[in-house]
Design a protein around this ligand. Structure first.
Ligand code: MN
Length: 128
């Protein structure tokens, strides 16, 4: 186990996708905080705001959708600095625009292309 490269909160309700993200990022040395619904995501983000380096956010989530979560954390002075990368199967331009308007910092489409995905994550942490 390599030393922790950073803390990433993942909000994703699909267990298979969550496992994939956890395995890939865990292997790379990132520490993962997992949440499976939007309301819990908001709570966990508030609780861990000083620790989280990056948020990976699915859009379709139970309880509260990802766009709402992004709007909430980006309108709160204590959490608005946190970077959010949307990870969504919604290739629709309207979803991307909604996410960007809500304040997301990057947009990754599912299914995840492993090399491309890791390059985006590692590039973010290199330039942090
Ligand atoms: Mn989902």
């Amino acid at each position: 186990m390599s030393e922790c490269k950073g803390h990433i909160l993942i909000a994703e309700d699909n267990p298979t996708n969550m496992k994939l993200l956890r395995d890939i990022l865990g292997f790379q040395g990132y520490e993962i905080i997992e949440t499976y619904d939007g309301k819990s995501a908001v709570e966990l983000i508030k609780q861990n705001k000083d620790k989280i380096d990056l948020i990976l956010m699915d859009l379709q989530l139970p309880e509260m959708d990802g766009i709402e979560v992004i709007k909430l954390i980006k309108s709160d002075d204590t959490t608005k600095h946190l970077p959010v990368f949307v990870i969504s199967a919604h290739a629709m331009e309207s979803d991307m625009i909604k996410a960007m308007k809500a304040g997301c910092n990057n947009y990754i489409t599912k299914p995840i292309q492993l090399q491309d995905f890791l390059e985006k994550i590692n590039a973010f942490f290199r330039h942090k």
